[in-house]
Design a binder for this molecule. Structure first.
Ligand code: FAD
Length: 399
């Protein structure tokens, strides 16, 4: 635990008389949206962001509103995803009404092509999972697949299509959340890195310390620092195995309508935007906080793209970028209170699914922080759950 004692003059008394003062550490989609929902419930949140809010994983991601391989997770994960996706219409409407901005939430459908030599071993599991959880899925033959995706390889001999799967454009989602925070006068302090937590002597967390030495007082603190949550937790003696998993993305300039569905094969996916751009993602790299894109990875993404849709070979590469997914060993987020640290809450480790899980997380966390009991079983997401590496959804092998 960092020593929190500061000279009285350096203390910033932010406690409000009306409403619970909640300090949210991290200005990604999880922190910002939870702050907004907390405000709706009558709290006085403040977001502290070490850099510029909404510029890390939440900006970089592809915005697919469906896990990559949902059938590989425990059922509790599907329940959480289902609950969160069910909140998208209300969240979209609320943000649009407040800000007039659109996150470009689009039901583009998701298609998994099947090749002769296919490595989609879990096709049966995918179908079983879809039927069990009532995710509408269609099996298409080669001709039907060709009709849905004219640019697809002639080696594809069928596909699975989930027509209801949607997508959002991350930067636009973040822009609308940020505007809503601004309109609600919820402070978002940029370049305000939290380096420690303060206790009141009875083990209750009641403040955070910034790198500048300033203290910000709080009735509750929410750790939502994405990939950096594990490091920050360590500084306060809390074991939280959240680590960055780097993902690189390349953007193609296509023609609007040429690819209509999100197409996914193994770990490569193509996300068509309504303006014709096609986002191709994404690598899974356990290389710490190593910045920058690499030619080898971008070339591998393009090669996989051309194998699925040779018709895209002529599409110009217009951009590439990367981000750090807040990875966890079992691919599932950490959600809830920290035992023995009253007032400290955690919402991090959303890994590959933080955008899909954002409204569900914000709703659950804001209600719990305000004293409500969660209406779903969150034991699989406990902060002190055993560290178990789940095959295929946990960490990739280190480089
Ligand atoms: C390439 C890629 C593709 C993805 N695709 C998808 C997808 O298709 N669908 C999907 O649902 N998800 C996807 N994701 C995952 C999703 O983007 C993340 O799970 C989600 O954005 C996590 O949000 P967050 O708010 O926890 O983290 P972040 O957005 O990383 O935000 C955390 C914030 O905390 C700040 N911070 C850190 N430490 C401190 C500190 N000490 N003090 C103050 N602030 C601090 C950081 O600067 C950062 O702004 C993808 C991610 C990547 C990288």
């Amino acid at each position: 635990m960092t020593d929190m004692k500061q000279p009285e003059s350096k203390r910033l008394d932010c406690k409000q008389t009306n409403g619970k003062r909640v300090v949210v550490i991290g200005g990604g989609v999880i922190g910002c949206l939870t702050a907004l929902y907390l405000h709706e419930l009558g709290a006085n949140p403040i977001v502290l962001e070490k850099g510029v809010a909404g510029r890390e994983s939440s900006w970089a991601g592809a915005g697919i509103l469906c896990p990559i391989h949902p059938w590989l997770y425990p059922d509790s994960f599907t329940h959480l995803i289902d609950a969160s996706l069910a909140m998208y219409p209300a969240m979209d409407a609320m943000l649009h009404e407040k800000t007039g901005m659109s996150m470009q939430w689009l039901k583009s459908g998701l298609l998994i092509p099947l090749f002769d030599d296919d490595r989609v071993h879990h096709r049966d599991d995918a179908l079983k999972w879809s039927h069990r959880f009532d995710w509408h899925v269609e099996e298409l033959d080669a001709g039907q697949t060709q009709m849905h995706v004219p640019t697809i390889s002639d080696k594809v001999n069928g596909s699975l299509l989930w027509p209801d799967v949607g997508q959002v454009r991350n930067p636009r989602l973040l822009a609308s959340v940020s505007k809503a925070l601004e309109l609600a006068n919820i402070p978002v302090r940029q370049h305000a890195e939290v380096v420690g937590l303060g206790e009141n002597g009875q083990g209750e967390i009641n403040a955070v310390t910034l790198a500048s030495g300033e203290q910000v007082e709080a009735d509750a603190v929410l750790l939502a620092a994405g990939s950096w949550s594990g490091e920050l937790a360590k500084q306060i003696g809390l074991a939280l195995p959240v680590e960055p998993v780097k993902g690189q993305i390349v953007l193609l300039k296509g023609e609007p309508g040429k690819v209509q569905h999100i197409i996914k094969h193994d770990d490569v996916y193509l996300v068509p935007r309504s303006d014709g751009h096609i986002l191709v993602g994404a690598s899974m790299e356990r290389v710490g906080f190593e910045q920058g894109t690499t030619k080898a990875v971008i070339d591998a993404l393009l090669e996989a793209t051309y194998r699925i849709t040779p018709g895209l070979k002529s599409a110009e590469v217009v951009n590439q970028w990367m981000g750090f997914r807040p990875g966890s060993p079992d691919g599932m987020p950490y959600l809830g209170p920290v035992e023995g640290r009253k007032g400290l809450w955690v919402a991090c480790g959303h890994y590959r699914n933080g955008v899909a899980l954002a409204p569900g997380t914000a709703d659950l966390m804001s209600r719990m922080i305000m004293g409500e009991k969660p209406d779903m079983d969150l034991s699989d997401f406990r902060v002190d759950r055993p560290v178990v590496e789940l095959n295929r959804v946990g960490f990739p092998k280190a480089a």
